[in-house]
Design a binder for this molecule. Structure first.
Ligand SMILES: [Zn+2]
Length: 361
């Protein structure tokens, strides 16, 4: 059975719970934790266990298709808009009433449940007591209070960000050079999907160097500050290229499969494209956040240097200099926090570079 959860890395507690669930399934599970922590892989593994005639052998055709996400009794429900709405909830409810096509059960995986506050009342009764052949696997980034009723009807399986050391070992086991794995591990934010892409991203090292070059390049002029902001945003765009390639590859594979099955096109193409766009937006934010973290580190080092050399030098300017360094570090932290609040990136970066530049002369 562990083969079913091979792709769930660095989550020993969740895997133990999943294996117990596979042995004695109930009507609904709620997998909650951050993106890239293995929730989707876990949902597929659990689905394989629930659909396989031998309870999850990991070898048979049913298991293989469930793990690949192509089994017809494994239904992935992705929201189409900014949130899962009531109409979508109703279609989930009616889907839950259907009979499985091949197996003795069907598994409905509903993603982004944390964005389903309005849909919860419409879903609640069905999740609480689905038809006997239907099992729900709900997936959420976190558990806001609006989910407490539905969460209380499910077996909750928490996921944590993957520890950096586990990400590094996992990359090394996959053939990545250790030094490179360590810098990728730091940039991964505990996300395996991100770590995997960054590890093979030829531009990753250059982008890091770019951010690190900022303090020495700012010369106190607004022109250079604006130039830096533009350059950094352009390098964030470059960071999106591998993800976009992966996304078009995903659609190409699905189109090929559809053609082999004689279907007219990819089923749920719009939903898949919407999901990909959301992932790309999230990716951008994480690229920027990581860049700002590198920048913050550079200025923190400078602060430490000022603090250490200031009193020794005994110059009257020492206090002013360390005050400036503190303000620079704070400005970077504020910018990083603002990223999560839909701030306009270009304005944010312009303002930050001007601020850093004015203080670094
Ligand atoms: Zn099997």
């Amino acid at each position: 059975m562990p083969a079913l959860f091979e792709a769930v890395v660095g989550q020993p507690k969740a895997v133990a719970q999943l294996m117990a669930a596979a042995r004695r399934p109930v009507h609904a599970y709620l997998l909650h934790g951050p993106v890239g922590s293995g929730r989707r892989a876990a949902a597929r593994g659990l689905a394989a266990a629930l659909l396989c005639p031998s309870g999850g052998c990991g070898q048979c055709n049913t298991c293989r298709r469930a793990l690949a996400g192509t089994h017809p009794d494994l239904v992935m429900v992705e929201r189409t808009g900014a949130a899962l709405d009531v109409d979508e909830a109703r279609s989930i409810v009616s889907r839950a009433q259907r009979r499985p096509l091949e197996s003795s059960r069907q598994v409905l995986v509903v993603t982004d449940l944390h964005l389903a506050a309005k849909a919860v009342p419409a879903l609640l009764k069905t999740v609480e007591e689905p038809p006997p052949a239907t099992v729900f696997i709900l997936v959420a980034d976190d558990l806001p209070p609006s989910l407490s009723t539905i969460a209380s009807r499910c077996v909750k399986i928490p996921f944590d960000p993957v520890p950096e050391a586990v990400v590094v070992d996992w990359l090394v086991a996959g053939g990545v050079d250790r030094a490179h794995a360590e810098s990728v591990g730091r940039a991964s934010g505990g996300r395996l999907d991100r770590a995997l892409l960054l590890a093979s991203d030829a531009g990753f090292v250059a982008r890091q160097d770019h951010w690190r070059s900022v303090p020495s390049r700012l010369d106190g002029t607004g022109a250079v500050a604006a130039e830096m902001a533009d350059e950094l945003l352009a390098s964030v765009d470059e960071g999106l290229v591998p993800l976009r390639q992966q996304h078009s590859q995903e659609l190409a594979t699905l189109a090929e499969q559809a053609e082999q099955l004689g279907a007219k096109g990819v089923q749920g193409r719009k939903q898949i494209e919407d999901r990909q766009k959301r992932e790309e937006r999230r990716w951008r934010t994480e690229e920027l956040r990581f860049g700002l973290a590198l920048l913050g580190e550079m200025f923190r080092d400078r602060l430490v240097a000022v603090a250490e050399s200031g009193p020794a030098a005994g110059t009257p300017g020492g206090a002013g200099e360390s005050h400036r360094a503190i303000r620079q570090v704070e400005a970077i932290d504020r910018a990083s926090e603002a990223l999560g609040r839909n701030a306009t990136e270009s304005l944010l970066m312009d303002a930050l570079m001007v601020e850093l530049s004015g203080m670094t002369e």
